[in-house]
Design a protein around this ligand. Structure first.
Ligand SMILES: [Zn+2]
Ligand SMILES: [Zn+2]
Length: 347
């Protein structure tokens, strides 16, 4: 088969790779219908974490059709169209049963992050093996398109987690810092959770324009604090989501929260130099939460909202390219060229 493989910083190419095969009687193999590039894939693309490993296939967001099935799979059949959570968990340990799949006692396993014991072949590929498929593949529900399902594999649940962790509830004023695909989906999620007012902050004009179309009030980072101070008569935002995780965005997010406000971080911070404003957090009675997302537990909340058109995650898809042009897709996404937000690739 063909797949996108990592060969070093800024080198992800369309290569031949071994066909995935059933390795356990609970596995299925899917033929990819569509896959997408995630902001976290750029960490690999930049060579941050995997400088000593190359040649592995990348990606963790995919929808596909079941083409092979182990004898112990009960919930699926050949030909089913399925969506695949970005991380693999066992589905039967106490943590998974509680919905905390990130803390699976078998160890969380991921697609497309290298050659370690806990990493599986990435899903920016023509086919993917799905372990414990009764839990890690879900038939796409009625009324959900393949592209919407693709957004449900990682990005939309992460945006939802960010908003839930920010305590967004009816009537609140919200600030979303960073309007990449997840930040823009967070704007939609904030309104779905009842936010009265959403300030949407990003450097890129096209991204602010899209947030405005979703009903938010767009702001440039340099003027955000002043503008929100004036707009709220000094009360600031009750709920703030940092969807980037850079030192500058986190510092801004913490500045935008009013007294008793909540700041939620879903972007990955790799700098390790951030000086957390402990004193101001104490004096202002702020709550700070950071977290990574368990996917399946949010589906019962998100799927009906998508089915009813209350959340339209596919609106952030800006580019649809063949998988064979994956190298170009990474270049466009990394450079934020051509208004790039969510990139979808099809074999
Ligand atoms: Zn992702
Ligand atoms: Zn488990």
């Amino acid at each position: 088969m063909k797949a996108l493989c990592y060969h070093g910083p800024r080198s992800i190419t369309y290569d031949s790779a071994p066909d995935p095969k059933l390795e356990d009687d609970r596995d299925v193999v899917i033929k990819t219908l569509a896959c997408s590039i995630c902001g976290s894939d750029l960490h690999i693309y930049h060579g941050f974490d995997f400088t000593d490993q190359t040649g592995f296939c990348v990606g963790h967001e995919v929808v596909g059709e079941v083409v092979e099935m182990g004898s112990a799979v009960r919930m699926l059949k050949i030909g089913d169209q399925v969506m695949i959570p970005g991380a693999i968990s066992c589905g039967s340990c106490p943590q998974c049963l509680k919905g905390n799949t990130r803390r699976c006692v078998q160890g969380l396993q991921v697609y497309g992050q290298g050659r370690s014991q806990t990493s599986h072949q990435g899903s920016q590929a023509e086919a993917v093996r799905i372990p414990a498929a009764d839990f890690n593949a879900r038939r796409i529900p009625e009324g959900i398109s393949a592209e919407q399902a693709l957004m449900l594999t990682d990005a939309l649940p992460t945006a939802w987690l960010g908003c839930r962790n920010a305590d967004i509830r009816p009537g609140v004023t919200v600030a979303i810092v960073g309007l990449g695909p997840i930040g823009l989906m967070a704007v939609q999620c904030a309104f779905a959770l009842g936010a009265a007012r959403v300030f949407a902050i990003d450097l890129v004009p096209e991204r602010r324009a899209m947030a405005e179309r979703f009903g938010a009030e767009p702001l440039e980072p340099a003027v955000a604090r002043q503008a929100i101070t004036e707009a709220t008569h000094g009360a600031m935002a009750e709920c703030v989501v940092d969807a980037v995780g850079a030192d500058a965005t986190l510092a801004l997010a913490l500045r935008l929260a009013g007294n008793e406000g909540t700041v939620s971080l879903i972007g990955v911070n790799t700098s390790q130099k951030f000086e957390f404003p402990v004193g101001r957090t104490l004096v202002n009675n702020l709550t700070f939460r950071a977290g990574l997302c368990s996917i399946q537990p949010f589906w019962p909340e998100l799927i009906p909202l998508v089915q009813q058109g209350r959340i339209r995650p596919e609106q952030v898809i800006t580019h649809r390219l063949p998988l064979s042009q994956g190298e170009e897709a990474y270049r466009i996404f990394d450079g934020r060229l051509d208004g790039a937000l969510k990139m979808v690739l099809t074999p």
